[in-house]
Design a binder for this molecule. Structure first.
Ligand SMILES: [Zn+2]
Ligand SMILES: [Zn+2]
Length: 280
């Protein structure tokens, strides 16, 4: 997937008069697919990209580009974006999961390039608990929004708001025709907790990102896998702080529904399709 080959955004069809749809006698329901591109990860995948401790993932949602987390180092982030032919100035929103340097370190160094003189064209969403000086520095280039409670970011993209007590963290849920993509930075409040919060917006097609199980024992990892199964999570793409033992266990348990993830991996969810049913 490159900038020259964006997925078709067919959301404009809702602007067609209802009368036309009634005349057709069907109600068409479309969703454009969402592409998740992991642009920063300590987990290797595409050898062209630099692997480095941290996490960042770019979502292509129609014509929108949402960057979730910024890795530890802005230069590596920008180099990895360039390696994948992704124009940093196409990014219009940055969501930062939590205040740990492996997720925020790239923010202030990459933001001037991403904003590139576009006055407040970029929105940066941070947990409310973020230090004021980071919000102020980011505010020189972008519109900074504090997030506390679960909110919609428009176009069927949602944030869980701040979860957890100690390392307060937000995760994203993005709606597709196949169900939700749920992404976490480190899931410090627990990946099962994050997924169960996201269930309010629908069935979960995919959980990806850092599951924070790197120091967990096999018995605890097994419980987490069971918890996600119970919530109906169809596919998983764990990376970053998930840990090698947990990644192996998820691969064994989920089989074909385990998606290998790491720096440079691209995952598409929600093929465009139409449901036709009689309208009355
Ligand atoms: Zn963390
Ligand atoms: Zn982390």
């Amino acid at each position: 997937m490159t900038e020259t080959d964006p997925p078709t955004d067919i959301s404009h069809r809702s602007k067609l008069p209802m009368l036309l749809w009634a005349t057709l006698g069907v109600c068409m329901s479309y969703s454009a697919p969402i592409i998740a591109t992991i642009v920063y990860d300590n987990q290797p995948y595409d050898p062209r990209l630099t692997t480095h401790w941290g996490f960042a993932c770019l979502f292509t949602v129609g014509s929108r580009r949402i960057l979730f987390d910024t890795g530890a180092n802005g230069a590596i982030l920008l180099a990895n974006l360039a390696q994948m032919d992704i124009d940093p100035q196409a990014i219009d929103m940055i969501v930062v999961s939590h205040y740990h340097s492996d997720h925020t370190g790239g923010l202030l160094t990459a933001l001037p390039t991403i904003a590139d003189g576009r006055d407040r064209a970029v929105t940066v969403l941070v947990p409310r608990s973020f230090p004021d000086e980071i919000k102020q520095d980011a505010g020189r280039y972008a519109a900074v929004v504090d997030v506390n409670h679960p909110i919609t970011l428009g176009g069927s993209v949602y944030t869980t708001g701040e979860l957890g007590q100690k390392n307060t963290e937000q995760s994203l849920a993005l709606e597709t025709a196949d169900g939700l993509i749920v992404i976490t930075g480190c899931a410090h409040s627990g990946i099962v907790e994050v997924a169960s919060q996201a269930r309010r917006w629908g069935e979960i097609a995919l959980v990806m990102g850092g599951f924070h199980l790197k120091d967990a024992a096999a018995a605890d990892i097994k419980k987490v896998i069971e918890g996600l199964r119970k919530l109906g999570v169809k596919k998983v793409a764990p990376s970053h702080c998930t840990g090698q033992l947990a990644i192996r266990m998820f691969a064994r348990e989920y089989g074909r529904d385990f998606i290998p993830a790491g720096a440079g991996a691209q995952i598409m969810v929600g093929q465009p399709r139409a449901h036709a049913h009689a309208s009355d």
